[in-house]
Design a protein around this ligand. Structure first.
Ligand code: 7GP
Length: 832
């Protein structure tokens, strides 16, 4: 334990077992209001969380004060999603008091697991983009970087997924129902955000044309702060989430003629702004409420950032030296127009000065090339909801297009591609173009993705601004994804190489030598087996299915999406099932196929794939002729908490997207770090994972991005021919289409069969099938040799050090943000 903690002998800061126990009892009674006999698990969770939070607050204030006193440059990570998960183990672990807490609870007759399990999973995000934001928060705090997260405090996080009759059904996720002990409400931190109204032109004091936004509706953004505990507890950063509040007029106005009820309705409507997270992953919805959410949190965050800056400064020219604003995809890109509005309309800067400051402050990360995910708001909607911003966007566009080379060359096609306005069909604002133009740096999230950005969506912009696009390959935090999720393996690693890897994952390379150590291999296998037992018990609880711990755990966990090709995995499952039935005397490697993932509620094809997996599971799992050699499970409600149980138990990691479509992937990194071998395409960060773990320690198959591109450019292919030439594929598809898995509705899977055949098989499932089966066979063959398998698994863990999100945020800090670590002063009695 860090001696500095001990210097504070005040009870509520003490970190030893006795002190913790005493403050648990005190919190239970005086804050939760229960006595020990009546307390539920949830009461104990709230008690422990509040007591832990106490131990963070002083250091949090020290951190914030140090940033202020040093007038440090801060980075502001603006994200519509933060997929945080549970925080109790995370806080305890980063403070280094997991064991102390366990013992204190033990003395109270309580199990730590029960208390941890009572915490709801904070799912303020959909998938990769949201979880990346959460990993970055952990890494920024652990690196001592002055980083703030800004987002929305959704009352309802990502829906809870249940299966009813095999179909996905969505239920509201009420994570705040019993209160949130981690957050601090800041009712005094309140900013007005406007919508609708109109723009008035007038002459300013020196007679220049100026604009003001009038007759607008107003909503207030109220702050809720959550401390972000860095590893070691030195730096405690802030995640500030905004909640919508009606303005005071609704509370205190006086009403006639029944207007009172109308006013209350209005209040409820305006507070709907922060009610619910949109459940779409990589698809754009085009709904007005979504645009309002985007503007709501962006505007509040920018007002807050400027307020903080103005505490130290009277003019704005230093803003880019004091604030870096990172746009997590285009969701906050309206912030570019908003900062221009604040600087020009409210602070009377000249347009060109404001533009230079804006561009030097913002940077933008792109997370997908899928055309259906590229935000493009109808001009008419922005005109109505944010009239002043529409004018500003037009102005930015006009000035830009006037200066471009295209204008000089008279290349109109290029000019219209560069325009912020898409004029084809209904006129729309291309948010990606706005984000690109308003940022000094633009990055992709893996080497391949960044290359493809240059060649496709941003080709013209790249030509115009060749230094702007840069790569920042994603990473994951080793604290949550190895230390906390996989205690068995972490402890083993620490016995051999010490605990330096936790804050510097490159040190895990020291395990490479251990791959040839027979004793270490045995212990590595034991750790994996322990995790597999834990997952088997979870599977039994969740699905009622018993699986063999010694089978190969073949895991595909991620959002359900056609491009991620869960279908390819299902087809292989059916083919394997047929082979096992045809050859009952062969000694098969037992396989457990583990799937988990949510589908967007309106994505019918993805929901049909869920039903298919459940239908296949029903048939396979109850067929005595395959014995226990094959099991298929689809775990419900995949979230961060479930991932922490599933990932450490995986043997094989399915990363099988159509090449060129997965921007990076981060699940691929979590699984490989936990010693799973990847079966995957050369897509996203798989390419870099292969380089790091070595081509002998990964199963690569399928077409490359270039081959996919060429094939599509040449007019595609005929899936019918491919199917006809592959009997096992044909048989699997025939079974699906004739109702072998859906005897109650034989046509149920017609849309799937159609998409894979006459539909042209856009995601090249049939085209990659044969090579995928070859790679699967190679994996199963290797699994028969436990020593060789374990050797490769160890080499995966040992070679994944580079994929720490600490490395990623350090690259951003150095190459995009220009921010530096600050070491908070914790002696601070003088401050109190
Ligand atoms: C995801 C990408 O699909 C995934 O490949 C990547 O690893 C992750 O972002 C983090 O960079 N994209 C999304 O989650 C998403 O919603 C739409 O993208 C904007």
């Amino acid at each position: 334990m860090d001696a500095r903690y001990k210097s504070r002998d005040i009870e509520r800061r003490s970190l030893d077992v006795d002190g913790l126990k005493r403050s648990f009892l005190e919190w239970l009674v005086y804050s939760v209001g229960k006595d020990a006999r009546a307390a539920t698990r949830r009461d104990w969770f709230h008690t422990v969380a509040l007591a832990v939070r106490d131990r963070v607050v002083d250091r949090w204030m020290d951190t914030t004060r140090s940033y202020y006193q040093e007038d440090a440059k801060r980075v502001y990570y603006l994200s519509l999603e933060f997929l945080i998960g549970r925080l109790l183990t995370n806080s305890l672990s980063n403070l280094g008091i997991v064991d102390e807490c366990r013992q204190a609870l033990d003395r109270l007759g309580l199990s730590m697991e029960d208390v941890v399990d009572a915490e709801p999973d904070a799912a303020l995000g959909n998938g990769g983009l949201g979880r990346l934001a959460a990993c970055f928060l952990d890494s920024m705090a652990s690196q001592g970087l002055p980083g703030y997260g800004y987002g929305i405090r959704y009352e309802f996080g990502l829906f809870e997924q249940r299966f009813e009759n095999g179909w996905q059904v969505e239920y509201p996720e009420q994570w705040l129902q019993f209160g949130n002990p981690w957050e601090f409400a800041r009712p005094e931190v309140l900013y007005p955000v406007q919508f609708y109204g109109r723009v008035e032109e007038f002459r300013d004091s020196v007679g220049d044309r100026a604009y003001r936004w009038v007759d607008a509706d107003r909503v207030l953004a109220m702050a809720y702060d959550t401390p972000v505990v860095g590893y070691g507890g030195d730096t405690i950063n802030t995640l500030r989430l905004w909640s919508a509040r009606a303005t005071r007029d609704f509370n205190f106005g006086h009403f006639n003629d029944g207007a009172y009820m109308k006013a209350v309705e209005q209040k409820i409507l305006s507070e709907n702004l922060s009610r619910v997270l949109y459940p779409n992953d990589a698809t754009e919805t085009g709904k007005e409420l979504r645009l309002k959410q985007e503007y709501f949190f962006t505007s509040a965050s920018l007002q807050d950032i400027l307020r903080r800056y103005l505490q130290h400064h009277t003019t704005f020219e230093n803003l880019p030296n004091k604030a870096a604003i990172q746009l997590n995809d285009t969701h906050p890109a309206i912030g570019i127009a908003e900062l221009m509005r604040l600087l020009v309309d409210q602070h009377a800067l000249r347009w060109d000065d404001a533009w230079e400051i804006t561009r030097a402050t913002f940077a933008y990360t792109n997370h997908t090339l899928l055309p259906e995910a590229l935000e493009a708001w109808p001009v008419r909607m922005i005109e109505r909801v944010l009239p002043r911003h529409m004018q500003i966007i037009y102005e930015i566009n006009a000035k830009f297009l006037n200066r471009t080379k295209a204008r000089a060359d008279g290349d109109n096609a290029r000019l219209s591609r560069l325009s912020l306005i898409d004029e084809r069909g209904e006129r729309r604002v291309r948010m990606g173009n706005l984000a690109f133009l308003g940022s000094h740096k633009v990055n992709g999230v893996s080497a391949l993705h960044t290359e493809l950005m240059k060649q496709t969506v941003f080709a013209d912009f790249h030509e115009e601004f060749p230094d702007r696009i840069n790569n920042k390959t994603n990473g994951i935090t080793p604290r949550r994804w190895l230390k906390q999720a996989n205690p068995a393996l972490s402890e083993l690693i620490t016995t051999r190489i010490g605990e330096g890897w936790i804050s510097d994952l490159s040190q895990i390379a020291a395990l490479r030598d251990k791959a040839d150590d027979v004793v270490f291999r045995e212990e590595f296998r034991r750790a994996k087996r322990k995790n597999k037992k834990r997952l088997a018990a979870y599977i039994a609880r969740q699905t009622g299915e018993e699986v063999l711990v010694d089978s190969i755990f073949d895991v595909q966990v991620k959002r359900m999406h056609e491009y991620k090709r869960q279908l390819l995995n299902v087809l292989h499952t059916i083919a394997l099932y047929n082979e096992m039935r045809d050859n009952p005397t062969v000694s098969w490697v037992p396989v457990t196929k583990v799937f988990a993932g949510k589908a967007a509620p309106s994505y019918h094809m993805a929901k049909l794939i869920i039903k298919l997996i459940n239908d296949v599971a029903k048939v396979v799992n109850h067929d005595p002729s395959v014995h226990d050699n094959l099991k298929v499970v689809l775990l419900p409600n995949y979230n961060v908490t479930a991932a922490e149980i599933i990932i450490p138990a995986a043997d094989l990691s399915e990363q099988i997207s159509t090449a060129g479509m997965e921007a990076s992937g981060t699940g691929n990194m979590k699984l490989a770090l936990n010693g799973a071998l990847t079966i995957g395409t050369l897509d996203g960060a798989n390419v870099e994972i292969r380089e790091h773990v070595g081509p002998d320690n990964i199963f690569i198959f399928g077409m490359t991005a270039e081959e996919v591109n060429d094939l599509r450019a040449s007019g595609g292919f005929n899936p019918r021919e491919v199917i006809a030439s592959n009997p096992s594929l044909k048989r699997a598809l025939d079974m699906i289409s004739t109702g072998a898995f859906s005897p109650d509705d034989r046509n149920r899977y017609h849309p799937i069969v159609q998409a894979l055949t006459d539909g042209g098989d856009h995601f090249l499932v049939t085209a990659d099938f044969a090579d995928y089966c070859r790679a699967q066979e190679a994996a199963m063959h290797l699994y028969r040799d436990p020593e060789e398998w374990t050797r490769k698994a160890i080499l995966n863990t040992a070679n994944m050090g580079w994929f720490s999100s600490d490395r990623t945020v350090n690259e951003y800090a150095g190459e995009v943000w220009d921010v530096h670590p600050v070491h908070p002063n914790h002696d601070g009695e003088g401050f109190r």
